[in-house]
Design a protein around this ligand. Structure first.
Ligand code: ANZ
Length: 972
């Protein structure tokens, strides 16, 4: 039977009109009555087309906002527009549109579209970052940072598109070409504005710890900040070439040195070359006197440096084949070994990190290893792996007892005929490994290995295979010798020449069984602790060991733990401890038109000065040529701006032509919502004291690092200026999952799989789309949810069922069944909404509706509670139903002013269950009772069962065994 469908278009329009009339969603900023709750969602860019992503971003937090209000909270749920940015400017360039008008038009359209979701935004506080009344304060705050030295100018390498005449973000460079026009990108050094976020790196890191954010969000920020503890070591350079060999002197006559930053200074004895980034100052210096004669292959170096300039940092860090060139004629001195080592220029070293130079340790660093293999550079092992048998193994080192170190061999014998390996199965100890043994004093290592194999297996014709040195350290308790042992095993590689064997000594034969094992059987076969390592290194390939272990080839530090000796080694080579952060200062200047003008002017000497506050807002000029043809920012084409500066500051003064990165605009907007119209202050200190930090900030995971970190930094800087009340801006941060296109791919215009929900809103109503998005999966978890149109339709059918329930509403009786169902749903839905588990909240609503459908009549009071539960999810339909049913009591009131339903926890108890009744252990009947009924209740009920009573001659039991919910046993 087709259920009657409601007229969603009318109902939804009327509901929105009613809310507007009642002014339901304006937060009462100064009220002291209700508890404030600041719910923030990232404000949208006014692109002009609202798509499913916007719905997901705004309509679901709205469920929480509505719930909070019903909980009696004073909720601030604002909205605004992040309105500066490239698309407006591109529209201007492409279609000759005015960016301001284009943006204004889009904002107007988006207001209407956003309203169609039924989101309970406080529109009275709406702001737009491109509004002079807003950017007035962006400029004011920038000026504050400038006064503090937190905004500064510096030359920086930027990617430059010569055709578009603009700086590109790293993301806009694809394979060395401009994303928009395909022109090969150049590296250009430009003077740019920066914000000193690196000053805050440590605080940004430390203050993350106590925040109740999901750990993966915090980890993403930690990784972005990228703290590394290590050391700075210096390598002296020497000039090898003709006239003046010896140490190279710099301009001040000091020996020329290259400083490196390393996180593994303990490997310094293993440094076999050093690498400079192509941007390194020394690389530039080889063209200047007095060094211009030092390098023999300058042309080659120049070509390499130029090629690097076309790559982005990301490309350089990708695991592509390493490239580089050697600086012919220059050597460096390893400060630990004093050896001369070559100097390379390679782009896997970045100019912007650490010192822009690395000490290369190919035996222990994978990038250096790859590079050394390619260029045939030497490797020196300075850390050997360490294996320790662990308790509860019997071979585990006995604590507190002396450890005896022994030089030993480990023989890897391969039979080339069938690619099997000679293994040892100890008969006495149930242990499987290779043949090993001690090296006698003065004995040759290879001889020791031959001897060991001969004695223990009888094989005598072994061909030694030359391999790079490979040693490991194994710590164990020797059960026979009753000693802690540290065996320093050197691997010796042989091939079996033939199967000829000597007789094995009976004593040895009793100990070892000789087994030949295939390569792929070894891991399972070996029982010794280092078994996996051995199985992976059977061919003695050069090893790049990146772990900690035991130092070797490290002078006086040999046999020490690598970690433990680290800082002593730093001291020994005259290094200093250093902490590095990956985080760079934030480059905020853009050679763009549609942004907040940087409020700086230059005096005739070229020194920057902040525009005095009385000239704020420092207006974006309008007489501007947007077409990026000039090699300067669009603002440079404004005569008005030049005249303005000359008029205010005098002849010879010039304006700054760059605008601010839009991430600056969005770094403080949440403070502005508290006083959006204040013309005298950026925000209201009293309101900030009351409403900050934001209780919950919901946004997209793509903003975890940039926006979220920038705004934390900006806010901390304001905190240090006593401009905001707390050190952190957001208590909770929630990242929503991703909506995928119907094809399961990420929704994006370029893939042509973008769903515009308007069609669904027209057809099924906004409430159906809201419910659908809520039902799709847990909101606050990294998930990917494909858009399935048929589910929107079933959500509409579900809403029709809700609508139909109205016909059953009648009277004021109480139905325990209904009260229970309501209590259960309420107990689930509230906490689910709190945790943004909106999908399971919708499931609970479904269960509730099914239960109500079975009951008739539904008492009016119960129905009123039911509507309140549904209201946050389907705000329009419930509003209409509420008005129809409860106009008498509630008058013009809204369902959204209802209190969130309370429930009696006792109603959550399971209904009665059936348990068996035994008499003297024999089942005589069953009773139904609540699972937590008392023993007296249970016995009383049991005695009413005739078969039970019959078995009790005294009319009552002498003893009772009762397990609530399970069984009742009566003893006569
Ligand atoms: C020698 C060494 C030996 C290194 C070893 C590692 C392992 P994180 O942890 O990211 O801070 N490095 C230093 N500056 C670099 C730059 N500008 N470009 C590319 N690589 C650079 O990385 C620190 C390590 O990265 C440093 O420690 C250095 O290599 C390299 F077994 O020094 B290491």
């Amino acid at each position: 039977m087709a259920r009657e469908s409601y007229d969603h278009l009318r109902i939804e329009r009327e509901a929105r009109e009613k809310w507007e009339k009642l002014g339901l969603y304006a937060a009462d900023i100064s009220s002291t009555g209700k508890e404030p709750y600041y719910l923030l969602t990232e404000f949208p860019y006014p692109s002009g087309d609202l798509h499913t992503g916007h719905w997901y971003a705004f309509a679901l937090p709205d469920i929480f906002a509505r719930y909070l209000r019903m909980q009696g909270k004073n909720v601030l749920f604002p909205i605004g527009f992040d309105a500066f940015g490239l698309p407006a400017e591109n529209a201007a360039i492409k279609h000759g549109k005015n960016p301001a008008a284009w943006t204004e038009g889009n904002m107007q359209r988006m207001r209407e579209q956003l309203a169609s979701m039924g989101a309970s935004f406080d529109w009275s506080r709406a702001l737009a970052t491109c509004d002079p009344a807003y950017y007035h304060w962006t400029q004011w705050l920038f000026a504050k940072l400038f006064e503090q030295g937190l905004a500064y100018r510096a030359e920086a390498s930027v990617k430059w598109c010569p055709k578009d005449a603009t700086v590109l973000a790293n993301e806009q460079v694809i394979d060395g070409a401009c994303e928009r026009c395909g022109t090969t990108v150049e590296e250009k050094r430009l003077t740019q504005w920066f914000l000193r976020i690196t000053d805050y790196a440590e605080r940004l890191l430390q203050d993350l710890d106590p925040l109740p954010w999901r750990e993966d969000i915090k980890d993403a920020q930690r990784a972005w900040i990228g703290k590394s503890e290590g050391a700075r070591l210096a390598f002296e350079l020497v000039l090898k070439k003709n006239q003046n060999p010896g140490a190279w002197r710099d301009h001040e006559g000091k020996p020329a040195r290259v400083e490196v930053f390393t996180t593994r200074p303990e490997t310094v004895f293993g440094v076999t070359y050093i690498v400079l980034a192509p941007e390194h100052a020394w690389v530039r210096a080889i063209w200047d006197t007095p060094y211009d004669d030092a390098v023999n292959n300058k042309a080659e170096v120049a070509a390499y440096v130029e090629a690097t300039a076309k790559k982005t940092e990301r490309e350089r860090q990708e695991n592509k084949e390493k490239t580089g060139v050697r600086l012919e004629g220059i050597m460096a001195i390893n400060p630990a070994t004093k050896e001369e080592i070559p100097v390379y220029v390679a782009d896997y070293v970045l100019g912007s990190y650490g010192t822009g130079a690395v000490m290369a340790v190919p035996a222990h660093d994978e990038r250096d290893f790859e590079f050394a293999q390619k260029y045939g550079l030497p490797m020196r092992t300075v850390i050997e792996p360490k294996f320790a048998n662990e308790a509860p193994a019997e071979e585990a080192i006995r604590l507190g007892e002396e450890i005896i170190r022994r030089e030993a061999i480990c023989a890897v014998v391969r039979n080339p005929k069938d690619d099997t390996f000679l293994c040892n199965s100890w008969k006495t100890a149930k242990m499987n490994g290779l043949f090993t043994g001690g090296i006698d004093d003065g004995e040759d290592v290879i001889e020791a290995a031959r001897r060991e194999v001969r004695e223990e297996t009888g094989y005598k014709n072994l061909r030694h295979i030359e391999r790079p040195e490979l040693s490991i350290n194994t710590f164990f308790y020797h059960r026979v010798k009753k000693q802690n042992r540290w065996a320093h095993f050197r691997f010796v590689f042989f091939e079996l020449e033939d199967e000829e064997r000597n007789e094995v000594d009976a004593e040895e034969a009793a100990l070892h069984e000789v087994v030949w094992k295939k390569r792929d059987e070894l891991k399972d076969f070996f029982t010794v602790f280092e078994g996996d390592f051995i199985a992976e290194h059977l061919d003695g390939e050069p090893l790049c060991f990146i772990g900690d272990g035991i130092l070797a080839n490290s002078g006086g530090f040999d046999q020490r733990g690598s970690k433990e000796a680290k800082w002593e080694i730093v001291d020994a080579v005259g290094g200093t401890r250093e902490t590095q952060y990956r985080l760079r200062d934030w480059l905020v200047s853009r050679q763009r038109y549609w942004g907040c003008p940087i409020p700086i002017v230059y005096d005739p000497e070229g020194n920057p000065h902040s525009v005095p506050a009385e000239h704020f807002p420092w207006l974006l000029p309008t007489d501007v040529d947007f077409t990026p043809t000039a090699a300067a920012s669009p603002l440079a084409s404004s005569q008005e701006l030049r005249d303005r500066v000359a008029l205010i500051f005098g002849e010879g003064w010039t304006p700054e032509f760059d605008t601010l990165d839009t991430f600056v605009d969005s770094s403080w907007y949440f403070t502005r919502y508290l006083a959006p119209a204040d013309a005298t202050r950026f925000s209201d200190p009293v309101a900030m004291g009351k409403w900050l930090p934001v209780n919950r900030y919901s946004g997209g995971s793509e903003h975890t690092t940039m926006h979220l970190l920038y705004s934390r930094f900006f806010y901390k800087a304001l905190y240090d200026l006593s401009l905001v009340p707390t050190a952190e801006p957001f208590v909770e941060r929630l990242n929503r999952g991703l909506i995928m296109g119907p094809d399961g791919q990420k929704m994006s215009k370029s893939k042509g799989n973008v769903i515009n929900p308007d069609e669904y809103v027209q057809k099924h109503g906004a409430d159906a789309v809201r419910l659908y998005l809520a039902f799709i999966g847990p909101y606050n978890e990294p998930g990917h949810y494909p858009w399935k149109p048929e589910v929107v339709f079933s959500m509409r059918k579900f809403l029709d069922r809700i609508h139909a329930l109205r016909e059953k509403v009648d009277g004021d009786d109480v139905s325990e069944t209904i009260d229970r169902a309501l209590a259960k749903a309420t107990a689930k839905i509230g906490p689910d909404i709190e945790r943004f588990k909106l999908n399971t909240a919708v499931s609970a609503l479904m269960v509730l509706v099914s239960a109500l459908e079975k009951e008739a009549p539904i008492p009016r009071q119960a129905f009123r509670q039911f509507l309140a539960l549904v209201a946050p999810f389907a705000p329009h339909l419930t509003e209409a139903m509420f008005a129809q049913e409860f106009a008498a009591e509630a008058g013009e009131g809204s369902v959204h002013q209802e209190p969130w339903p309370a429930f009696d926890p006792s109603l959550l108890m399971e209904d009665e269950i059936v348990i068996g009744v035994q008499v003297a252990g024999k089942k005589r009947g069953e009773i139904a009772l609540s699972p937590d009924a008392s023993q007296e209740e249970a016995v009383e009920k049991a005695l009413q069962v005739r078969k039970v009573a019959d078995q009790l001659p005294n009319g009552s039991p002498s003893r009772v065994i009762y397990v609530p919910g399970r069984i009742l046993n009566l003893i006569p």
